[in-house]
Design a protein around this ligand. Structure first.
Ligand code: ADP
Ligand code: MG
Length: 529
């Protein structure tokens, strides 16, 4: 049975009133499915993401079941952390706001146990606690289990991850067998199912995955980028894909402002849109964007709500959205009206997991991609310029230019080919090579990651060198933190290793007198791939 409203549950009027007071209009999916099962007194396994209202899903039936006149402990909720214990206790207290004689107490490590004992003594029916501390109280007999009829394991997967399995089992062993056991978890790994089998009776399995979302049919890519490299990677992508219009999403107003300034500084036509702006300002920005005067819009989620412009060809998640659902809203800005659309998401460090969750939730595939190298960018620019050249040759009168080139060829040792190549170089804005740093040539060393320099070391697997030896030598000799070392590629006789550009010089200096595996080595910037 699945309910559609709270009224059909036949709850105490005090609880109904509290639900109204809390502003819940209708049950969430997990509540709709779990509350009736719990109210029948059956054991239950509930799977649902965070933020789906699991607390009320067990809190409401719990309050309906607990006898306010009985001052003995009747229910235990186990939570992984102190914060969650406090939160859950608060939510249940809110739900019990209009009930009389119900006492809910959170207990957790770090709080004075004497104080906890005192509040436990005065008629607590519901304890919300972390497993370690609950077990402590069981041992001290400051928690008595005889009349406990309900146990809830909240965020069970987290509790197992934190190593609480034994504690949980000890607690469950100490509670009367005649009881109701509910378990909630975002994921259902094997150890959870084992606990379920051992400690629950014919538990009903309830899944409340979020509602289906239609993800637009566009190409979705992601890049692993360190925060400090995001600007550079963004510029490269803009240059390689040259989207007609693009929207870049940031999570904060401050980031929007920073990025707009940075993009303008790099010569892009960008404008920002966020909640602090006046309506006229926003209208002006949107008008500029629709007309193509600004081709890059940098926005927060809230400000971008309702933006509907057909020619957006790329959406960038400069920051990953906080809410999975936002991802779908964001990338839905592109690929409209049958046009091409692409989305590019930047992730750094642990955000990769967040991205995995987005893929799972949105049932979509986001492909990992290599950041385009400076060469890739240059090649695209060259292609684009050569495309334009076709039109110029076909449609324009070039007599004057041909004459000028002819003169130059006659007066110098250059061929027309040399001269065309030099012009091309000028056009793509690479005329002054940005190499030569203090006598070291750190031009394009073929590094995979922006901001990194690829170094060549003349030692490899044949000399029994291991990546650890390289890291040890580099970090040990130059004083650069080992974790900053990037990709290490070992071959039989040599190795490539990437280090941050700002450390490259120090590393080269330091390695001059270093031995690895007893061998004096030579290190130099690698050649471009
Ligand atoms: P979970 O435990 O699944 O992560 P919570 O129980 O902490 O989620 O609930 C998340 C938030 O949603 C809380 O602020 C809670 O008060 C609110 N909430 C719960 N149920 C409803 C509902 N039916 N309608 C609106 N808000 C709700
Ligand atoms: Mg919760």
């Amino acid at each position: 049975m699945e309910i559609t409203n709270f009224e059909s549950l036949g709850l105490y009027p005090e609880i109904e009133k509290a639900i109204k007071y809390m502003g819940f209009e209708e049950p969430s999916l997990i509540q709709a499915k779990a509350i009736p099962v719990m109210m029948e007194g059956r054991d239950l396994i509930g799977q649902a993401q965070t933020g789906t209202g699991k607390t009320a899903a067990f809190g409401i039936p719990l309050l309906q079941k607990v006898d306010p006149k009985n001052k003995k402990l009747q229910a235990i909720v186990l939570c992984p952390t102190r914060e969650l214990a406090i939160q859950v206790a608060e939510e249940i207290r809110n739900l019990a706001k209009y009930m009389h004689g119900i006492k809910v107490v959170p207990i957790y490590g770090g709080q004075e146990i004497v104080k906890q004992i005192r509040s436990l003594k005065s008629g607590t029916q519901i304890v919300i606690g972390t497993p370690g501390r609950v077990m402590d109280h069981m041992r001290r007999k400051t928690i008595k289990m005889e009349e406990v009829h309900t146990v809830v394991l909240d965020e069970a997967d987290e509790m197992l991850n934190m190593g609480f399995r034994e504690d949980i089992e000890t607690i469950l062993e100490g509670v009367p067998e005649e009881r109701q056991t509910a378990l909630f978890s975002a994921t259902m790994p094997k150890p959870i199912l084992e606990i379920t089998r051992k400690y629950q009776k014919q538990a009903e399995m309830i899944k409340a995955t979020k509602k289906e979302l239609t993800v637009p049919n566009i190409e979705q890519f992601y890049y692993e980028v360190k925060p400090k490299n995001k600007e550079e990677v963004l510029s490269r992508l803009l240059d390689v894909y040259t989207p007609k219009l693009s929207v870049i999403f940031c999570n904060t107003k401050k980031q929007v402002d920073l990025l707009v300034t940075a993009l303008l500084g790099r010569g892009y036509f960008a404008a920002g849109l966020h909640g602090d702006m006046k309506q006229e300002q926003r209208d002006r920005v949107m008008q500029g964007f629709r007309s193509g005067k600004t081709d890059i819009l940098v926005a927060t989620d809230v400000a971008a709500r309702g933006i509907d412009v057909d020619e957006v060809e790329a959406v960038f998640n400069y920051d990953l959205p906080q809410d999975d659902e936002y991802y779908v809203h964001r990338i839905g800005r592109t690929g409209r009206a049958g046009r091409v659309g692409r989305s590019f998401s930047f992730v750094s460090g642990r955000e990769v997991y967040k991205l995995k969750e987005i893929q799972r939730y949105c049932k979509t595939k986001i492909y990992a991609q290599k950041v385009p190298s400076l060469d890739d960018v240059a090649n695209t620019k060259i292609e684009n310029i050569l495309d334009d050249v076709d039109g110029i040759i076909e449609n324009g009168d070039l007599t004057m230019m041909i004459q000028a080139i002819q003169n130059k060829v006659n007066d110098s040792d250059y061929t027309a080919m040399d001269i065309a190549a030099a012009f091309l170089k000028m056009c793509i804005g690479m005329a002054d090579d940005e190499t030569e740093e203090d006598g070291f040539d750190f031009g394009d060393t073929g590094a995979e990651e922006p901001g990194m320099v690829r170094l060549f070391i003349n030692i490899g697997k044949k000399q029994k060198a291991k990546p650890g030896d390289i890291v040890g030598a580099l970090a040990g000799e130059s004083g650069m933190p080992g974790k900053l070392i990037g990709t290490i590629d070992m071959f039989d006789k040599y190795t490539f290793v990437e280090v941050p550009r700002e450390y490259a010089k120090e590393v080269l200096m330091a390695m001059k007198h270093t031995k690895i595996k007893g061998k004096t080595i030579a290190v130099e910037p690698a050649n471009q791939k």
